[in-house]
Design a binder for this molecule. Structure first.
Ligand code: MRU
Length: 367
């Protein structure tokens, strides 16, 4: 049995108070720091500043934010106005991951069942817990459906190592447990299939070198960190058997928004005849959109994330300037990979082509 940690990325405070705890992902892999979130302001800060990140985890954290909003509203002079404003702040915390808006909408519908704010808080807490438990199961099932892809590649290679390239972090740290892309990889590793993961460092926030490498290491999964420009070279030399990435928002036609740089990996995969998979829970599908390039809002973050880099100096995390002090920088957080470059989508209900009819065959309720 491998040493995969089952620890979650968000959990209720053990003292039973109105508080959830999260891992501060800005400190990984150098320090494991747990943050308490007790207020709407703290939740908004955690999402904006990427204490928590990754589409499903952003959604789950925001769901707890609605619970805090109900508690705070109960003490306010105008509870309804307070709640509306608090949910708006949560909605504005990050623009691209649809899970955020999905979780807020689900909470709004749930708490509408009562006019009493104490009751609303109880409902919101239960709904947040449900969202968390459901995400664990969705990700586990993505692994169940994705595992045969890795098994087939392994069989085709007569049991030789299957080399998988990934970008950003769509592992358990981006979710609650398991992860989306990581779930089939962990399940393959647990079955004794030889896998090795090429981990794109994922500038500028380095989710690959900081987070994916850390969690794969914790789970004992062989991996190698590469700079973002290496993937094409590896693909040209037969060193990648498949690419698998997560997504922050996928349209009903199969266009995939994911961390900036994903599109270039998809192009290189296409040119080298390497399958390019996207692993996603259905909570990441935006059924209202058809044209990913035009319609998915792309986050632009501070240029300082490009101009500076953080790392461990042996004692603490330090931030240093990389660029000329007066050079401007641009920081687009995501790009859109058109559906035509996606081999297939791996969801909790199975695998489908990245097309509207393919997606509807698994999710007919969205016809
Ligand atoms: O900016 P981030 O770190 O929140 O971006 C995360 C990603 O792009 C992930 O690939 C995506 O959210 C899927 S997480 C299962």
């Amino acid at each position: 049995m491998s040493s995969i940690s089952t620890k979650r990325t968000i959990w209720p405070h053990p003292d039973g108070s109105a508080c959830v705890q999260v891992l501060d992902q800005r400190c990984l892999p150098h320090e494991v720091v747990v943050q308490d979130l007790r207020t709407v302001t703290e939740v908004v800060y955690a999402i904006k500043e990427m204490v928590v990140r990754g589409a499903p985890l952003i959604g789950a954290t925001a769901a707890y934010g609605v619970y805090f909003a109900c508690l705070e509203a109960a003490q306010a002079t105008d509870p309804n106005a307070y709640l509306t404003n608090a949910i708006e702040q949560l909605r504005e915390s990050r623009p691209t991951a649809i899970n955020l808006f999905w979780a807020l909408e689900r909470q709004e519908k749930a708490i509408a069942a009562s006019a009493d704010f104490a009751e609303k808080a109880t409902i919101a807490l239960a709904t947040a817990h449900q969202i968390v438990e459901e995400d664990v199961e969705l990700c586990r099932m993505i692994g169940v459906h994705g595992l045969p892809i890795i098994e087939q590649l392994s069989a085709a290679k007569h049991g030789e190592t299957v080399h998988i390239l990934t970008h950003c972090n769509a592992g358990r740290l981006g979710c609650i447990e398991w992860g989306t892309i990581a779930s089939p990889i962990y399940q393959a590793h647990q079955k004794g299939i030889k896998v090795h993961v090429w981990v794109d460092e994922t500038r500028p926030r380095n989710q690959g070198s900081n987070l994916t490498a850390w969690e794969l290491g914790q789970a004992g999964v062989p991996h190698t960190v590469i700079v973002d420009n290496t993937g094409g070279h590896l693909m040209q030399h037969g060193m990648v058997d498949m690419v698998i990435v997560g997504t922050d928002r996928t349209t009903r036609t199969g266009d995939v928004a994911n961390k900036i740089g994903t599109y270039l990996k998809a192009l290189a995969a296409k040119d080298n005849n390497i399958p390019f998979y996207v692993a996603l829970p259905s909570t990441t599908i935006d059924w209202t959109l058809r044209d990913g390039l035009r319609e998915i809002p792309i986050e632009e973050r501070s240029p300082d994330e490009v101009r500076y880099i953080s790392g461990w100096d042996g004692e603490k995390i330090q931030k240093v300037l990389l660029t000329p002090a007066d050079s401007p920088a641009a920081n687009y957080g995501f790009d859109v990979t058109p559906a035509r470059l996606v081999t297939a989508l791996i969801t909790e209900r199975g695998i489908c082509p990245a097309t509207e009819s393919g997606m509807l065959s698994l999710f007919p309720e969205f016809k």
